[in-house]
Design a protein around this ligand. Sequence first.
Ligand code: HEC
Ligand code: HEC
Length: 336
Amino acid sequence: MYFISKINLFLFLFILLIFSCKKKQEEITPYKEPLEYIQLTYPNYFPEMTLNTSNRLSKEGVALGRKLYYDTLLSNDGRSCSSCHNQTESFSKQSVNSLAHINLAWHSSFLWDGSVGSTLEDAMIFEVGTFFGTDVSKLQNHSEYPSLFEKVFGSKQISVNQVAFALAQFTRSMISSNSKYDRYKKGELQLTPQELNGLDIFFTERGDCFHCHTLGLFTDNSYHNTGLDDNFNELNSGRYLFTNNSADIGKFKTPTLRNIEFTPPYMHDGRYLTLEQVIEFYNNGVKISPYVDPIMTKPGKEFGLGLSTQDKNDLIAFLKTLSDTSFLNNPQFSKP
Ligand code: HEC
Ligand code: HEC
């Protein structure tokens, strides 16, 4: 009797074991492939990058964003983001004077007047939802997108926000930190005497450029009136039209100078076609108004910067050390 009940007990435990194993298996199905999360790297002279914890960067998310960036399905008129943000022009386009997509991960407001902010996700929601008016049903009816979105965001139902989040992942990954200047900064090469004189002008009171085009992004991500004009109307009032604060009259976003060689025309209205013209403006063309940034009218600047022809050429030679052709040719950013 005792013996039988012992066998029964073993049998019972055995069946229990089988059931519990089966139960466990059921719990992990449906099995979802985990995302491959990635971490971006950048030099230590860059500011710290603030990441968006609600949009963690994954290999799959970046790849989806890249596909969307080049896809004309996003617009209703045959254009894609890349139509006006072209890789060989540092993701800008000369004919429309668009802003470059380079190191955008560090920006906290967007467009020339900074009217869109504060995260890259916000900027992309504006681009997709407002600027493009993307019809997500076109993506929903596509043969590949629903499963790609499901993989990244866990849902087959595509939304404007998901499109924007994927684009934010891709553009956040577009880092340029391999220019000649970067390699000099990392001790990998030496600059020419001409470039070094340009560097000195840039980073000292001689040219004063570094106050706004700060290291290592070469933008302070802020807004200034640099004295391009002294008479203000709707076209050149810039940030004021957005904030209605008179202190913002004539202020525009400081553009990065990285890859500046490849992103003419220059300034918010594209008024300068060459770097020579830009330097001549800073050297001798700043217009005084109650709104001009005090840096532009510091004591000693009454007669401009006083740069010689040689100095001006050297400053341009330095600006060209900020060119990063590996960024312009990076296959990870090209049309998939
Ligand atoms: C028809 C041309 C055109 C297309 C297409 C286009 N853009 Fe732009 N983009 C511009 C112009 C011009 C600017 C600068 C406009 C301004 O600041 O007022 C700009 C600026 C931006 C900025 C601000 C960058 C900064 O430094 O502040 C972002 C971000 C951006 N575009 C993303 C996109 C995305 C994403 C798409 C696709 C969904 C897209 N753009 C499609 C022309 C375009
Ligand atoms: C007070 C801040 C400030 C200082 C100082 C300054 N810049 Fe700028 N820079 C800006 C702003 C803001 C713009 C955009 C102005 C606009 O479009 O209205 C700009 C635009 C530029 C552009 C055109 C960029 C583009 O993509 O269109 C270049 C090139 C440039 N600056 C180089 C320099 C150099 C070289 C110096 C030093 C001689 C310098 N800057 C000093 C704030 C500054």
